[in-house]
Design a binder for this molecule. Structure first.
Ligand SMILES: Nc1ncnc2c1ncn2[C@@H]1O[C@H](COP(=O)(O)OP(=O)(O)OP(=O)(O)O)[C@@H](O)[C@H]1O
Ligand SMILES: [Mg+2]
Length: 341
C-alpha cells in the first residue's frame, strides 16, 4: 500500500503525519553560514541559536507568513526532516502538503516543488482550513456553512466552507508571532530591558492572556538592561501582558468579523447556529476562544489537538479521494516505488 503522508510546513514548526500519528515535529528554523548560506543546524538546535549566533552565522525562518520565503533553505530543511522521519523507507508516498488560503497558482507550485525536491512524490496541496474541515469530518454533501479559523505563528487563516469548497476566506499576517513582538516591545518600553524571542514566547505561554484574568498571575523573567548592558531579572504580571497584546488579539478578532461580513447571510446563519471551529497554536493563548466568541456573537469550538489538526486533516483528505473529487482537487496518479535504499 502507498504511504500516506501529511506535511504542514508552518511559519514556526514543521509537522509530518503518517500511519495515523505525528512522526516528526520540529521548529521551521535553520542556522546557516552567513556567507555561503550552507545549513549548519536544523530544528531544535537551530532554535536554541536564536539571538545567540556570532556574526558568521544567521538564524533563518525559511517560511514566512505560511509562504516559502527561502526556497533552498526550505528544501534542505524538509529533506533533513523527511530523512529523520522515514530514513530511506519511503515507499510509494502519497503526500498532502498544506498552505494558507488565497495563494496564487505559482505559490501552490512552489510548495509542491519544494516537497518534491525534498524527496516527495505525488504531491498535492490543500489549504489549512479545508484540511481542518476534512479532519473534523464535516458533512460536505450539504450546502451548509462552516467557519474554520487557524491561528498560527505567522498567519491567521479564516475560511467559510460549504459543500467542501471555500465560500469566503482570508489569510491575515497577524498571528501568534505578533504577541511575542508586542511582549518584547512592552518590556523594552516599560522596564528598559531587552528580552529574546524565546523568553517572549515563554512569557506568552506561561502568563499570556487576551481577556482579563480573574486572578492575576506573575512570573520572573530575564533580559538585558539597555543602559547598563547587564543581565537583569524582573517580575512581570498577566495584567501587563494583557495590556501589551490586547491590540493584536483585537486585530485577529476583527479579521474574523471581516470575513463574516463578506459571507453570504444564509451561510452566516449556519455558522451562528453551529458555532465556529478554532485551531492552531495561536489559539492556545488563555482566553482566545472567549474573545472570539464575544466579537462574533458565536459559540467557539476549540479543537482537541489544535496544533496538529491541520496535518492530521491533510492525511484524512488523502484517504478520502471521493471527497477531494467533490471539492475539485485532483490527485495525481501514483508513481511506483520512489525512494528505496
Ligand atoms: N500554550 C500556548 N499558549 C500560547 N501560545 C502558544 C501555545 N502553544 C503554542 N503557542 C504558539 O503557537 C504558535 C505556533 O502555532 P502553529 O504551530 O499553529 O503555527 P505554524 O503552523 O507554525 O504557523 P503558520 O500556520 O502561521 O504558518 C507559536 O507562536 C507558539 O508560540
Ligand atoms: Mg499552521
Amino acid at each position: 500500500m502507498a504511504m500516506e503522508i501529511g506535511i504542514d510546513i508552518g511559519s514556526s514548526k514543521t509537522v509530518i503525519f503518517s500511519s495515523s500519528k505525528v512522526v516528526l515535529e520540529l521548529p521551521s528554523i535553520v542556522t546557516v553560514d552567513s556567507e555561503s548560506y550552507e545549513p549548519y543546524y536544523y530544528g531544535e538546535k537551530a532554535k536554541q541559536t536564536l539571538g545567540r549566533t556570532p556574526e558568521s552565522f544567521e538564524c533563518v525562518y525559511p517560511i514566512k507568513h505560511g509562504i516559502i520565503a527561502e526556497y533552498d533553505i526550505a528544501e534542505s530543511m524538509l529533506k533533513e526532516y523527511m530523512t529523520l522521519a522515514f530514513g530511506n523507507r519511503i515507499v510509494r508516498p502519497k503526500i498532502m502538503a498544506t498552505l494558507p488560503v488565497g495563494l496564487t497558482e505559482l505559490q501552490h507550485h512552489s510548495l509542491s516543488n519544494v516537497v518534491e525536491a525534498a524527496g516527495g512524490r505525488n504531491v498535492n496541496v490543500i489549504e489549512s482550513p479545508l484540511a481542518i474541515a476534512f479532519g473534523l469530518g464535516l458533512d460536505f454533501s450539504k450546502p451548509h456553512g462552516y467557519m474554520v479559523v487557524d491561528i498560527g505563528a505567522g498567519t491567521t487563516d479564516i475560511a467559510v466552507i460549504s459543500m467542501g469548497g471555500i465560500a469566503a476566506c482570508e489569510s491575515f499576517k497577524t498571528a501568534s508571532f505578533d504577541f511575542d513582538t508586542q511582549i518584547m516591545r512592552y518590556i523594552r518600553k516599560e522596564y528598559n530591558i531587552e528580552i529574546g524571542n524565546l523568553m517572549a514566547e515563554s512569557i506568552k505561554k506561561q502568563i499570556g492572556t487576551v481577556v482579563e484574568r480573574p486572578v492575576e498571575i506573575a512570573m520572573v523573567a530575564k533580559g538585558r538592561n539597555v543602559f547598563t548592558g547587564l543581565p537583569e531579572s524582573f517580575e512581570i504580571t498577566s495584567t501587563e501582558i494583557y495590556e501589551a497584546i490586547k491590540e493584536t488579539a483585537d486585530a485577529i478578532c476583527n479579521c474574523i468579523r471581516l470575513v463574516l461580513s463578506k459571507t453570504d447571510p444564509d451561510l452566516v446563519a449556519d455558522i451562528n447556529r453551529d458555532g465556529l471551529y478554532l485551531a492552531g497554536g495561536g489559539s492556545l493563548i488563555h482566553g482566545m476562544d472567549r474573545l472570539i466568541s464575544e466579537y462574533t456573537g458565536t459559540a467557539v469550538h476549540m479543537l482537541e489537538d489544535p496544533t496538529h489538526s491541520v496535518v492530521r486533516g491533510a492525511a484524512v483528505a488523502l484517504r478520502k479521494p471521493e471527497l477531494l473529487k467533490h471539492v475539485n482537487y485532483q490527485l495525481r496518479s501514483i508513481k511506483e516505488l520512489t525512494i528505496t535504499e
